[in-house]
Design a protein around this ligand. Structure first.
Ligand code: FE
Length: 198
């Protein structure tokens, strides 16, 4: 989840409210956090989007190469309300940094459930060259997210630790995934998408 979106309630306010109410509560644990749903930053569509990707449960087809990535999270409004049935149109490069521009490999539309929860099974994409010898884009996943009542969000997700993040003009720290290792061939990450309402 976007831990940066979670802000602790002030301890002093909590204690003064508690004492004013006459309750003598000794609070020793962490205070409950107030959820804050900040709009997800948009990011360029780039040149490789293709309309008409099929609805999918997974992008893992056949013996596709690469480290497996389970990506999950919620699609919500800036009021932290779930966006039931949001559609996530996903496209990404493969394990060699190549897009499938003739078919729909590593392209698909995923549907969030009635709680706004989505799950995408894919692979970790590779960075790719965009020009001269030293011009690369860091590994990233493209998404277009649509939900009723919200303008479509076009954005990209990046990967913590990619050496090209710091030289990429589109890279945004708020769009970074921090996948954890499930085993030597699989990673898992969470990301919540927050859409403003029209
Ligand atoms: Fe791209």
């Amino acid at each position: 989840m976007n831990s940066s979106l979670v802000r602790p309630v002030g301890r002093r306010n909590f204690l003064s409210r508690t004492l004013a109410g006459g309750a003598y509560l000794l609070w020793s644990g962490p205070l409950p956090a107030t959820p804050e749903c900040r709009e997800t930053e948009d990011n360029d569509e780039g040149p490789f989007y293709k309309k008409g990707a099929p609805d999918r449960e997974t992008l893992l087809e056949g013996s596709i190469a690469g480290t497996r990535l389970s990506l999950k999270g919620r699609v919500m409004t800036t009021a932290c309300a779930p966006l039931a049935g949001a559609v996530l149109d996903v496209w990404q490069a493969d394990d060699n940094g190549k897009y499938d521009n003739s078919g729909f490999t590593l392209r698909g539309r995923f549907h969030a459930d009635k709680s706004g929860v989505y799950r995408i099974e894919t692979i970790v994409p590779k960075h790719y060259r965009i020009g001269g010898e030293h011009m690369y884009r860091p590994a990233h996943i493209h998404l277009k997210i649509s939900a009723s009542g919200c303008p479509m969000l076009t954005t990209q997700l990046y990967f913590q630790g990619d050496p090209y993040n710091k030289v990429d003009s589109l890279f945004r720290p708020s769009l970074v995934l921090s996948p954890r290792e499930v085993d030597s061939r699989r990673k898992a990450a969470e990301f919540d998408f927050i859409l403003k309402q029209a």
